[in-house]
Design a protein around this ligand. Structure first.
Ligand SMILES: Nc1ncnc2c1ncn2[C@@H]1O[C@H](COP(=O)(O)OP(=O)(O)OP(=O)(O)O)[C@@H](O)[C@H]1O
Ligand SMILES: [Mg+2]
Length: 302
């Protein structure tokens, strides 16, 4: 089973307006809502590819119910810890002349509730995968990811981490199968300007020395580079089409890579399917659909 972790899931409420004026009542021209969270995005793409996964994390209140129901409708298993107080957050995305986001903090998570999550992850075992993605809410300690991974040490669990700065660095000793920094995240990790391919390779290989088995550095519309544990380097480009919304492209790429590797054991194909998923998300208003992924896959020439 593939488990994805989303500590602070959300309802993303997208409102569209011609223009936004502060201090008056504005009226929307359209509105949409999505279930948000990086781990959840990975599960949604896996579902499009007919791969089962279970979403772990915390939910609370009526928005928590909506998140669980929405995932269930997509055929995605959930095994959340229900929090006693508060509601799962609603993040507001205002699309007018500019894009403005208001992201909420989310409900309080007590030490006992966090312990329950750690206990739950103990069921993950040999042959399973855990995808740890995104930042952690303010109310849980910074070492939460490490605590989870420590509990899984030596159990034969495949680990995928898509996080930034120290959250990622501190996971490397657990030998993750895959990490996927984008170029900016790679720069931040080493406090350096990563602008060309030589630097990209240098720092990606540094992360491998620190424990990462495979590193994808994603480069937005320029594609991605995979430094694989078999010693080879793989490049991927993108399809020429207008990007509508690139949020979640990285998460989609992670899901596609996992799926492609599971289907074939081939790193080149895994990167190709990851690329198709990342592109498909960029070209649609929400996340990639199976139909769009298949369309892009046919167009990718590598
Ligand atoms: N504008 C775009 N056009 C085509 N493909 C794109 C575009 N943006 C992203 N992609 C695809 O998605 C992949 C991942 O994108 P990106 O590097 O932006 O990830 P990211 O910054 O981690 O995104 P996020 O964290 O928001 O999910 C790219 O390698 C590419 O294949
Ligand atoms: Mg990302």
């Amino acid at each position: 089973m593939i488990y994805t972790l989303t500590l602070n899931p959300s309802i993303d409420y997208v409102v569209r307006l011609d223009s936004l004026v502060c201090g008056i009542t504005n009226r929307t021209t359209a509105e949409e809502h999505y279930i948000g969270g990086k781990g959840i995005n990975v599960s949604c793409i896996l579902a499009q590819l007919d791969i089962k996964s279970t979403v772990l994390g915390f939910t609370a209140g009526f928005t928590g119910d909506a998140i669980e129901k929405g995932l269930c409708e997509q055929g995605i298993r959930t095994d959340f810890i229900r929090l006693n107080e508060g509601i799962s957050r609603i993040n507001i995305k205002i699309k007018a002349d500019d894009e403005t986001e208001i992201n909420s903090q989310g409900p309080h998570i007590s030490d006992e509730e966090l312990d329950k999550l750690i206990e739950k992850t103990a069921m993950i075992g040999l042959g399973d995968t855990i995808v740890i993605a995104g930042s952690i809410p303010k109310t849980v300690p910074d070492d939460t990811y490490e605590r989870i991974l420590k509990g899984l040490e030596g159990k034969g669990v495949r680990i995928v981490v898509d996080a930034t700065k120290n959250l990622l660095l501190n996971c490397l000793r657990y030998k993750p199968f895959l990490i996927k920094p984008n170029r900016q995240e790679l720069s931040e990790l080493f406090d350096a300007e990563v602008t060309n391919e030589i630097q990209t390779e240098k720092y990606a290989r540094e992360l491998m020395k620190m424990g990462a088995r495979n590193v994808i550095v994603s480069l937005g519309k320029e594609g991605a580079v995979l430094f694989a544990e078999n010693g080879k380097t793989y490049h991927s480009g993108t399809v020429k089409e207008k990007a509508i919304n690139t949020v979640g492209s990285g998460d989609s790429m992670v899901a596609g890579f996992i799926a492609g590797y599971d289907q074939t054991g081939d790193y080149g194909y895994a990167l190709k399917l990851g690329t198709a998923c990342g592109n498909a998300t960029a070209f649609l208003p929400g996340l990639a659909t199976r139909e769009k992924i298949e369309e892009i896959l046919k167009k990718l020439s590598f």
